[in-house]
Design a protein around this ligand. Structure first.
Ligand code: B16
Ligand code: MG
Length: 229
């Protein structure tokens, strides 16, 4: 039997740019609370869980809230965010992603989602790509946020594929660290200066092929040596 390989995709920043909608919703909340929230500050929220994002936002505004208030504020932001993502369609899939997913499928490579978002399924449905995924691991299934490796390890475990046969595609430093801790290969998607320790960095999927993924899996690398202490 052929050895199974697995490609695990982060969602926001890899398959689609939902960061812009997160930004609009957090900015609206910040303004309601009486302070400004800039696109530069929004960079700090990428790949971070909803509750942790709120804590960072409150830190920026110099505000303290009770746990009950924090839950309500996060819910409010999410209601606005969901209004935005319900307007999305497949035209928002990032360039090269769809042909790459299709190529993986045709070559028998398993496909997983490994996202912090609790809205991941809604987004995949709007993009009409849910069916392409063999397993979807999102913020509803895991208790430990990236850089903990849980989200990626669970995807591999559910498919019965060893971590060493998996490649993770990530746009955030915390996600790269999570993939390395999982003992997987990791491809950074975006700016190489922001994606330290990835085995390989690509600007997008236009120039990345299944052959590149297989080559990466074949290359022996002392993964743990790349992890920050
Ligand atoms: P939600 P990813 C992450 O998605 C986003 O990058 C991050 O900004 C967001 O706070 C997090 O999902 C949780 O999203 O509020 O929808 O549960 O990059 O892990 O796909
Ligand atoms: Mg991301």
């Amino acid at each position: 039997m052929d050895i199974l390989h697995l490609a695990i995709f982060d969602l926001d920043g890899v398959i689609v740019d939902t960061a812009k909608y997160h930004y609009l919703a957090w900015k609206r909340l910040a303004e309601e609370l009486g302070f400004q929230f800039t696109p530069a500050a929004n960079e700090r929220l990428k790949g971070v869980s909803r509750q942790r994002s709120l804590e960072i936002l409150l830190e920026i505004g110099g505000l303290r809230k009770t746990e009950e208030e924090r839950i309500q504020l996060a819910e409010k932001k999410n209601t606005w965010y969901v209004e935005y993502i319900l307007q999305m369609d497949k035209s928002e899939i990032l360039p090269g992603v769809l042909p790459f997913l299709q190529e993986l499928k045709d070559r028998g490579i398993k496909i997983a989602l490994g996202s912090a978002s609790k809205n991941a399924r809604t987004i995949l449905d709007r993009l009409e790509i849910t069916e392409l995924f063999d397993v979807i691991v999102d913020g509803n299934l895991v208790s430990q946020a990236k850089p903990d490796p849980e989200v990626f390890l669970l995807g591999a475990e559910l498919l019965g594929i060893p971590p060493r046969s998996a490649v993770v595609f990530e746009d955030a430093q915390a996600g790269i660290e999570a993939a390395l801790r999982a003992g997987m290969k990791v491809v950074g998607v975006g700016d190489p200066s922001l994606l330290r320790n990835a085995h390989h960095v690509i600007p997008g999927f236009a120039s990345f092929k299944v052959e590149d993924l297989l080559r990466l899996l074949e290359a022996a690398a002392p993964l743990e040596a790349h992890v920050n202490p």
